[in-house]
Each structure stands twice: as structure tokens, then as C-alpha cells.
Design a binder for this molecule. Sequence first.
Ligand code: PMP
Length: 399
Amino acid sequence: LGWWDHVKPAPKDPIIGVTEAFLADTNPNKINLGVGAYRDDEGKPVVLQCVRYAESKIAGCEFLESNATEVGSKLVEESVKLAYGKHAHLIKDGRVAGIQALSGTSACRLFAELQRRFYPESPIYLPDFTWSNHHNIWRDAQVPERSFRYYHPISKGLNFAALMDDVKNAPDGSFFLLHPCAHNPTGVDPTEEQWREISNKFKVKNHFPFFDMAYQGFASGDVDTDALPIRIFLEDGHLIGCAQSFAKNMVLHGHRVGCLSVLCDDVKRAVAVKSQLQQIARAIYSNPPVHGILLVSTILSDPQTKVLWFKEVKVMANRIKQMRITLRETLEKLGGPLSWEHITNQVGMFCFFGLTPDEIDRLVREFHVYITPDGRMSMAGVNTSNVNYLANAIHEVMT
Ligand code: PMP
């Protein structure tokens, strides 16, 4: 037997597979609603003004190895401020074990590794549905997976009663992954009141909430409003884990800038957890590239640039909200028995129609509308030029 003879090709990643199929399609009407990356109304990727400004500010600066740690700490401090809001003093108190990560993916993976190291028997509870890569991340870290109910197929909203039941019935002290805003793939978020109830129940059950925040700002257009669930949990005195990504809200996909923070009871524990996280990262990729980190920390630490960024996030979120309204109105005008209310009830980058595999297949084959195999549509790929075509395609396959 030769080397690697027993290796079979891995199944294609469902999201990356969609982009490949889209690129290979020559139909001029084709629409890519697969990948969750922001596009402007002309369907083009954007570079934010705040990023341009930060680039000009850091141009020519020396990327010395000696300042990598300093740059990293700054990023962690600014990221934690952004997520924790007025609770950011916890970082000054030395209770936050924070480490820069390779975007949101590695923030999740670092946490999964930490979990396996110190709670090897504990599973991770993932919402049903969730971002498809969550399954891979915790599987590869050898953490057993459980699920809790989340999406309601009839209302295309939250199955809150079932969620609360599953939270209640999980063994005390379980790890739960929560999307604080702009849930991927469903676009369904709990209300503020529901978050308060979830937080209370977690308290009673002594569960550990791990927030995966990949879309801060995309749900409401306001980064503070979107972080509210995290702040509710902090207010209630929880210890939390939090993964942050700047891929979407700063449109920095390729730069891979993120942060993982773990709030601990005291300095001693935070120091220990941080050193373990550093050791885990050290054996995988040692240190992250410093350029993107400099961009993000420049934007977050300069008040004027930060305000500019807030405005630009709002512009992106508002464009998507407007497309939701137009898509819904256009579908309603086309008639038929179905309700399209969920399109505007759902928030963030994604819209979830609960399409059957057959309907998804027809969208792709007949209409060249590319979406992920779970039926998730990225609203960021919808614009004034393709929204009518899209509405018609959805109408044709669903009614
Ligand atoms: N978590 C969720 C829920 C996501 O949707 C994503 C991006 N698709 C990520 C984490 C991580 O993405 P990235 O590594 O590009 O920051």
C-alpha cells in the first residue's frame, strides 16, 4: 500500500461549494446568495472608509516582532470594550482572559480546545440550526455535540418554549453556544425580554454561555444594541466566553482579525486561562499576522475613525433592511397564499425560508440563484437590480 492510499476526498464544505458552483455558471442572471459577505447595491465588495483611513495611518509602520504583543493586547482591550460595553472595566480588573484570534473561526476553535482540555466530559450545546462550521470546529476539537431547539419551521421565528425546555433539561453546568445577534443561518434573534429569561434560566442551571458574535452591528445597525444580550448576561453576573470577528462588520474577511475572551471569577483564574489559550494557539499558529490587527485596533482606538465605522456599519445594515422590505413587498405583489412576513421579521445578513431540498434545487438549476444547502439566503447579495428576479424565482419555486 502506498502512502495516503486510504485517504478519501473530504466532502466539500457546503458554503465554499456554493461559491465554486456560482463561479462556474455562465448564466448572466445568476445570483450568489451563498457566502455571507457584504456587497453594495451594485453587487460589489466594499472597502470601508474607516479601513482606508486606518491603512493610511499605519502605512510604513514597522511590523516588529517586539511590538506584536503590545498590538495584540490593544486589540483585545478594544474588542472587549466593544462587546462588554460598560462592563469593560472587567478587563481592567484583570478578570478577562483575552487573546487575539484568526477571526471568529479560530476564536471558536481556541475555546473548543480549552473546553476539551479542562472539561473533557462536557458537550457543547449548539442551536438547531447553526452555522455549519460550528459542527466541524467542536468535532475536530473532540468535544461531543448536543443540540437545543431554536428555529420554529411554521412561524419561521424562534421556538422559545422549546429552547427554554432544552436549557432546563440539559444537565446543570452545561456549555451552550449562543449567537448574540443576527443568527446564522436563520436571521432569528430572541427579543430583549426573552434574553433576560434565558439569562435567568442559565443562572439557575449554572450553564456556561459562549457567545459567538460574528455580526455585531448587522442586526440593528448599531453595535451597542446588538451586544445587548452579552450585557444582560454580564449584568446578571454570569461568567461568559465570547468570540468576536471583524470579518463582516469591518469587511475584513481576508485579514482574519478576531478576539476570544473568557471572563473569569478573579485575576488568578484569568491569568491561568489566558496562559492556556496562548499555549494552545502557540502550537497551532504561534502568532497571528499583525497587519489586520493594527487596522482594527487603529479604527477602534481613534474616536473619529470609530464614529466613521459606526456610520458605515449602519449604512450596510440599512441597505440589507431595505432589501428585506423590497423583497417582501415584491413577493406580496406576486400574490399567492404564503406569508412573507418572516423576511422582515428576521434580522442580520441572512434570511431563512425553510425551503425543501427540491425547492433549493430548482432555485439553483432553473433560476441560477445560489444559496447554501440548508436554504440560507445571504441578503447581502440582494440589490435593486436583482431583487425582482429573485422574488420571481422564489415565487415560482414556493407557490
Ligand atoms: N461564527 C458565525 C456564526 C459565523 O457566521 C461566522 C462567519 N460565517 C464565523 C463565526 C466566523 O467567521 P470568520 O472566521 O470569517 O470571522
